[in-house]
Design a protein. Structure first.
Length: 255
C-alpha cells in the first residue's frame, strides 16, 4: 500500500490475535512498530516473532491506567522517533447474561474497551499535534457496536461508545490533520473468541454460526482485519475520516 514505508505505528493489544497480525502486516509494508500488551511474557514472545520481520519494539502496559498510557506513548515516540499511526486495538470480551452482569463486571468491560481507547487516543493525539505532522488513529470497535447481540450488553455498550468517540474525534481532530476511523470486525477467529466458543461446550457452534450468519461462508481471520488496519493507515485511505469499516463477511447485511 502507498505511504506505509517508514511509518511509525503504535499498536495497543499488539501481542496476540488481531494486534499481532496487524504488527506483522505493518512490518511487511516496511513500517516500524511498537507493540504494547499487559503480559510481559507475551510482549517478549511477540517481539521475538516480529523483530526478524523488521523494526519492532515494545513494552508491557495497561491502557486503562493513565500512567501506563503516558509511559507507553513516551517510549514508543522515543523508540520510533515519533508516532504517525495508532492501531488502538486493546480490549476484552466475555459472554454474560444482562441480568447477571455485576457493576464490577460492567466497570471492568468499560474500563478496558472504552476508557483505555480514550486514554490511548488522547495521549497520541496530543503527541501528533505537538509533532505538527498529523497522523491517523484507528479505533477497534465491532459489529457489536452497530447491532446488539444477546449476553454481551456490556461489550456491546463499550463498542457502541467507541464508534461515537471515533466520530467525535474525527470532527475535532480532522482540522489538525489527524484522521480517525474505526474497525468493526464480525466473527474473527482469535484466541479470545476461541476461548468464548470453547466455554459453550458445543462442537457445532462455529459451523452453525457460519451457516446462519455469514454469507461468505467462513469465519474471518486476523489477517483480514490487519489488512484493514494497514489500508486506513496508508495514503490509500487519505480521505477517509470518521468512518467505520465493517469486516464481517456480510453478517450485518443478512436479515
Amino acid at each position: 500500500m502507498r505511504g506505509l514505508g517508514g511509518k511509525r505505528v503504535l499498536i495497543t493489544g499488539g501481542t496476540s490475535g488481531i494486534g499481532l497480525a496487524a504488527a506483522r502486516r505493518f512490518l511487511e509494508e516496511s513500517a516500524r512498530v511498537f507493540v504494547v500488551g499487559r503480559n510481559p511474557d507475551k510482549v517478549a514472545a511477540a517481539l521475538a516473532e516480529l523483530r526478524p520481520l523488521g523494526d519492532a519494539a515494545g513494552m508491557p502496559g495497561d491502557v486503562s491506567r493513565e500512567a501506563d498510557v503516558a509511559a507507553m506513548v513516551e517510549a514508543a515516540a522515543s523508540a520510533l522517533g515519533g508516532i504517525d499511526a495508532l492501531a488502538n486495538n486493546a480490549g476484552t470480551a466475555w459472554r454474560e447474561p444482562f441480568l447477571e452482569i455485576t457493576p464490577d463486571h460492567w466497570d471492568r468491560m468499560i474500563e478496558n474497551n472504552l476508557r483505555g481507547m480514550f486514554l490511548a487516543a488522547q495521549a497520541v493525539s496530543r503527541l501528533m499535534i505537538a509533532q505538527g505532522t498529523g497522523g491517523t488513529i484507528i479505533n477497534m470497535s465491532s459489529t457489536n457496536g452497530i447491532a446488539g447481540e444477546g449476553e454481551y450488553a456490556h461489550y456491546n455498550a463499550s463498542k457502541g461508545g467507541v464508534l461515537l468517540l471515533t466520530r467525535t474525534m474525527a470532527v475535532e481532530l480532522g482540522p489538525r490533520g489527524i484522521r480517525v476511523n474505526a474497525l468493526c470486525p464480525g466473527y474473527i477467529r482469535t484466541p479470545l473468541n476461541e476461548t468464548i466458543s470453547d466455554a459453550l461446550d458445543d462442537a457445532d457452534f462455529e459451523a452453525d454460526y457460519i451457516r446462519g450468519h455469514i454469507p461468505l461462508g467462513r469465519v474471518g481471520t486476523v489477517e483480514d482485519v490487519a489488512a484493514a488496519y494497514a489500508f486506513l493507515a496508508s495514503d490509500d485511505g487519505a480521505f477517509i475520516n470518521g468512518a467505520e469499516i465493517v469486516i464481517d463477511g456480510g453478517q450485518l447485511a443478512l436479515m
